[in-house]
Design a binder for this molecule. Sequence first.
Ligand code: ZN
Length: 247
Amino acid sequence: MVARLDLTQDPALLDALLVARRGTAFFGRKLNELPDDSLSGQSLLAGWSRAHVIAHVGYNARALARLVEWAITGVETPMYSSPEARNEEIALGATLSPIALRNLYEHSAIQLNVEWRDTPEKAWSHEVKTAQGRTVPASETVWMRTREVWLHAVDLNNGAGVAEIPAVVLERLLRDITGTWQTRGDDRDLVLRVSGGDSLPDLGDTTAADPEVVAGTLADITAWACGRSSRGVRSNRQELSRAPRWI
Ligand code: ZN
């Protein structure tokens, strides 16, 4: 994955592409360490094997590549034809042989990377639509992929921890999650306080009179907020609440 061939010269976008590519390499490394006979084993996502995670990450790259193509050509191509089609594709993909799953992951990652590399400067701001129906510039595909590869590398249940995800990714992820809660009104009386080196202003319902304050390091709080783990997280209530649903 040769970053210097990117058509874009935008330094912020090039930085973002680098973080996405590093995440892809990280996911690939955690996958390569897994022997074939462990791919049917349990991931950290309820009801999903590692094979489901790998198939999902592969098809996600293809879906994002469709959005980038849309931006380049102007011809509307959705991420998925329907939510059902997306789920069926993952379920079927999870039954692929280990070698086919590894190929799916590798080839789809390369395909997306080539699309990004060949995206002319102007097309990056072309509007496309996400699977959730949000209208975003094509450049948003870089963040969408970044989130997927870093977090699902942890979900592979192969020893990677949320603390290995770069702080810049965790911070944006946490803002995404708390922003979603706020939009839905799910963050009432809940404040998130990041302690340690990565200091952030409090997030959540910061004007509440007597909120539950959930505190921990950026990695621990983010792991809790995205429903992965509650390790290292403290609450000022007797019992730590479950994080509101995110996706
Ligand atoms: Zn995902």
